[in-house]
Design a protein around this ligand. Structure first.
Ligand SMILES: CC(C)(COP(=O)(O)OP(=O)(O)OC[C@H]1O[C@@H](n2cnc3c(N)ncnc32)[C@H](O)[C@@H]1OP(=O)(O)O)[C@@H](O)C(=O)NCCC(=O)NCCS
Length: 341
């Protein structure tokens, strides 16, 4: 199928709209009507199997790809409290799902009240015809109506927004629009989104280095409770603190890690995510973070981990230098894109 004339028309001006698309050439020209409407099929496994299928067929090349099933989507949406704070739009041709977009809004303490495009996806053979543009425009319109106080809309979930498809599903921090996704970037750009901040996705092999803590310094690994900001952001995930501590037990540097089930499944090896590294201000530039990351890479290797992944803002000079020094190399880069409202 080749699109000759694209454009969705909205004869009645209502949210549920009809699209008229001319496909093909000459005598083979025919019309099809894509109906874009709010998702009204509920959040049960069977209904969500349709979305999972569309996602799995079309998003496989995304760095943040996670293979879904309806059952998993249903569980994650309910666990993440997504049902009451998000809206889903569907695009259908003769009953067949050809696209969907998922929008949410969040109030994270200390952060602007933001809307998020959690996901937007159009079946490969229906791209370039205005379906994505219309899904995006309708979703933003809906967000404005539901939550008038939003400061901006974030494209594809840069932390602390948009945890659903990457963070919650895969225990990773990957978010935003990857530089290998020009069509997606252009879709958001045309809708008025602008780049707000860039990030790198970096990886290092997990290897035991034979490194031991300096005399008088200990390593403590503990499971995080369910009431920290990280547990709230990565709601269904298990995270661990890998701490370097002095004799009194005071933390000299902390690294937080977890398992990445989705990417591990996709790559056939075990990946862990390093969510954050922090050294108390008065302990910085003494090598504690570097030492702790070295120990952590050995610790997770002992747990069967092959590779550790992290996400770092390119303007975080200390962190970037630290990660390069501890063996992390860049594998992808993403842009946080915002539409100010
Ligand atoms: C990034 C951070 C964890 C570094 O902790 P640290 O214990 O001070 O780091 P180290 O002393 O082990 O430094 C190791 C190397 O990292 C690099 N580095 C650390 N701080 C740096 C800085 N302020 N500027 C440039 N490079 C820096 C250097 O290469 C350093 O080696 P050097 O001191 O011999 O030059 C710390 O600055 C921090 O807690 N920042 C706030 C939290 C944060 O942004 N975390 C990262 C989120 S992804």
């Amino acid at each position: 199928m080749r699109g000759v004339q694209a454009g969705l028309v909205s004869p009645d001006g209502e949210f549920k709209e009809a699209g008229l698309l001319r496909i093909g050439e000459g005598p083979r020209t025919y019309c099809m009507k894509i109906v874009i409407a709010p998702w009204e099929r509920g959040f049960g496994e069977e209904a969500l199997d349709e979305i999972a299928g569309l996602w799995n067929r079309n998003a496989g090349s995304r760095h943040a790809f996670f293979p879904w099933t309806g059952a998993l989507l249903s569980r994650v949406w309910l666990a993440g409290g997504m049902v009451s704070t998000s809206r889903l739009l569907e695009a259908r041709l003769d009953g067949r799902l050809v696209g969907f977009a998922h929008f949410s809004w969040m109030r994270e303490h200390g952060y602007p009240h933001a809307g998020v495009v959690e996901a937007i996806l159009v079946d490969a053979e229906f791209r370039g015809k205005g379906v994505g543009t219309t899904l995006l425009a309708r979703g933003i319109e809906a967000l404005r109506g539901i939550e008038p106080g939003l400061a901006f809309v974030d494209a594809l979930g840069a932390w602390p927004c948009g945890f659903l498809y990457t963070c919650l599903a895969d225990g990773s921090e990957r978010s935003g629009v990857f530089s290998g996704e020009p069509a997606l970037a252009s879709l958001f750009f045309r809708a008025g989104f602008r780049e707000a901040r860039r990030s790198l996705v970096m990886r290092a092999p997990a290897v035991a280095s034979g490194r031991v803590p300096p005399p008088g310094i200990g390593v403590r690994v503990s499971r995080r409770g369910s009431d920290t900001w990280l547990d709230r952001v990565f709601r269904a995930r298990e995270c661990w603190d890998h701490d370097l501590a002095d004799r009194r037990g005071d933390v000299l540097s902390r690294a937080i890690y977890g398992h990445m089930p989705g990417e591990s499944l996709a790559e056939g090896r075990t990946l862990f995510s390093l969510f954050g590294v922090n050294t108390p201000t008065h302990c910085r530039r003494r090598g504690w973070a570097e030492h702790n990351i070295g120990l952590l890479l050995g610790h997770v290797a002992g747990l069967g981990c092959d590779c550790v992944e992290l996400h770092v803002y390119t303007d975080n000079v200390p962190a970037l230098a630290l990660y390069r020094r501890t063996g992390f190399t860049e594998i992808a880069d993403t842009a946080m894109m915002h539409l100010p409202l």
